[in-house]
Write a protein that binds this ligand. Sequence first.
Ligand code: T3D
Length: 259
Amino acid sequence: MEETPVLWEHEAGVLTLTLNRPEVLNAVNDRMAEQLLDALRRAERDSEVRCVVLTGAGRAFCAGQDLRERAGGEFSYAQHVRSRYIPVISKIQALEKPVVAAVNGVAAGAGASLALACDLRVASEEASFLQAFARIGLVPDSGATYFLPRMVGLAKAFELCYLAEPLPATEAARLGLVNWVVPGAELLSKAKEVARRLAAGPTRAYGLTKRALYRNLRAELLDAMDYEAMLQDAAGRTEDHREGVQAFLEKRPPNFVGR
Ligand code: T3D
């Protein structure tokens, strides 16, 4: 039977992508990376998709690179990271729709980077984040050194990367790396509740908000405000903006259509 390393389920505007190699804790092989990128590209094109949830099958979220593919032989790590991981992480960041990670278990190595690249994280009480790279003599990659210091501060980022100890979900939430921690049995329902709410929101404004938040991480205040003003022009021309104002004036909830 052909392996399907990424499962795809679309319901009511929410696309759920499940990393599906549970026997190796959803470690990433080339086929999984390809399918994940393909799924994200389809999510970008499909106007019916208004929020993406990323989760893992079985007891783990993702254990990072499949290390069985690394046994022996000459190999270009740079080329592999550039061709497999950078496109996926960049696509999550550039996707102008909310992306929610439902972290069901351990997220290690590039698996942790995948979770960090999502806009929001819901974690189960059993989940943990592991900068596994130092354990195998590698450098944190796939955005880990970008996201971590921004989310938890430089000192904690050093600790997590150097010592490579698992960071439990509750501690991750305390540090601001996770938005919600829930019992394992409630993980998907909580993630989908958040996702359904986002999928019923002003998709275009969310996409522009994501663009502004990332872009303005490295901007001066005046420049950031000017960029916001420019995006506001685009948001101000959407059907959802007109509906939002109309609904406010009519004292009723808005019915956003994502345009
Ligand atoms: O190569 C490049 O392109 C460079 C890019 C690198 C990016 C990276 O992600 S580097 C980091 C790679 N990931 C790791 O180093 C993590 C390796 N895994 C672990 O350290 C542990 O498995 C965990 C801490 C995540 C979980 O531990 P535990 O005790 O709960 O589970 P386990 O028994 O270690 O694993 C269960 C099975 O999954 C086991 O297989 P088996 O013995 O039952 O047949 C184990 O080998 C397999 N597995 C877990 N992680 C990976 C894996 N198999 C292949 N690759 C893995 N990454």
